[in-house]
Ligand binder design. Structure first.
Ligand code: ADP
Ligand code: MG
Length: 358
């Protein structure tokens, strides 16, 4: 069902995206990045792709980060691997278990795989390499919170696999595109991954036509006839981010009222956003002020600076530049050079509206 709010897991549940699935399945690159803004469908695409591959592992870095209270411990990484191994089904499961049988720290109790605390993940990867596997890591930029060195140990593991384990492929997904690039440091001489080539799949919001088609199909699945004006009205407001379209479809099915449903999506978006903003605020309260300024159309450098000053925040030039750069890296905003002047805009129009009303 298209209007199911959870990330999709099977191909038949996913709307469009066949091209992207094909790219992710067919690439020969040892490392592929799957990028795109929040709610655009990365987790869904990653899960569906891994499901289409016989030996695909799904690991959620953001979940590990929150589960262990703002850090990723090696214990939590081991548990994620363990649960990914245990979620394997079918004939490939037997093959993987066989390959793991002799790895130190791995025990097979009945039908379950158990990894002890001192298992070496490089040993596990070597065993997986015997059968071949694709390992997908969602919101992988959170791995910078792994270990004490900004995730370097994990990158070293990735680099080791990249160089030596020909039958393993990694797909790293992230909404904080710039942060993911920074973390991997492919262009950074000091990074273990320096100089490695990689593939990239960038997931975009649906076009207007596809967004309309998405809602049509969603409503037809639940056998609802919905006037064209309603669908157009929703797409005008929500644009092509599937996460918002799903929320809209669910609500409209319930209350059959365009305005009320849009308001509802808006409140949902607000709730979702408040969580994200709180996290930003913890890093610096100024981030949120900058976002507010841009949402209100104070979208040039000097205007942002003045807005912050009006809120009692006099921020040195270099610091403001850094904060703005970070917001770009986190895929909240993008710079636009139209009419010769640099302006910033909030990438997702729904998020922009939410910010305007704060
Ligand atoms: P992201 O990981 O980019 O934040 P998700 O995969 O969690 O996005 O998707 C957000 C919401 O949109 C979920 O409800 C998901 O089911 C839905 N969704 C995303 N892409 C699609 C798609 N191609 N077809 C159907 N539903 C989708
Ligand atoms: Mg996701």
């Amino acid at each position: 069902m298209l209007f199911d709010p959870r990330p999709k897991k099977r191909r038949e549940e996913l709307f469009d995206r066949n091209k992207e699935i094909g790219q992710l399945i067919n690439t020969k690159e040892p490392l592929t990045l799957l990028l795109g803004i929040r709610r655009v469908g990365k987790s869904s695409l990653l899960r569906v792709t891994l499901n289409e591959i016989e030996n695909g592992f799904y690991i959620d870095a953001r979940k590990m980060y929150f589960d262990s209270g703002g850090w990723i411990t090696s214990e939590s990484l081991i548990r994620e691997f363990e649960s990914a191994l245990n979620s394997l089904r079918g004939s490939v499961r037997g093959k993987v278990l066989e390959a793991l049988r002799h790895v130190k720290g791995v025990s097979l109790s009945g039908v379950r795989v158990e990894l002890s605390r001192d298992v070496r993940l490089s040993d596990v990867l070597e065993a997986l390499n015997e059968v071949g596997a694709v390992i997908g890591i969602d919101e992988a930029q959170y791995l910078r919170f792994y270990g004490a060195r900004g995730g370097k140990e994990f990158l070293a593991l990735l680099a080791y696999s990249y160089d030596n384990l020909d039958n393993l492929r990694f797909i790293l997904s992230g909404s904080e595109v710039g942060l993911l690039h920074d973390f991997l440091g492919i262009n950074d001489y000091g990074s273990p991954l320096y100089g490695r080539s990689h593939g990239e799949v960038v997931l975009k919001p649906f076009s207007r036509e596809l967004s309309i088609e998405f809602l049509r199909r969603g409503f037809s699945e639940i056998e609802m006839e919905v006037p064209h004006e309603v669908i157009e009205g929703a797409v005008n407001f929500l644009d092509g981010v599937p996460g918002w379209l799903v929320e809209f479809g669910r609500k409209y099915a319930e209350i059959r009222n365009l305005k009320g449903s849009l308001e509802y999506v808006f409140r949902q978006a607000k709730g979702f956003l408040n969580g994200e903003l709180k996290e930003l605020e913890r890093r610096s309260p100024r981030y949120v002020l900058i976002l507010e300024a841009i949402a209100m159309g104070r979208n040039r450098w000097e205007l942002i600076r003045d807005y912050l000053a009006s809120k009692g925040q006099n921020v040195p030039k270099s610091r403001l530049a850094e904060l703005i750069k970070n917001l770009e890296k986190m895929s909240w905003i993008e710079a636009d050079f139209g009419s010769g002047r640099k302006r910033y805009r909030i990438i997702d129009p729904v998020i922009e509206r939410v910010l305007m009303e704060r």
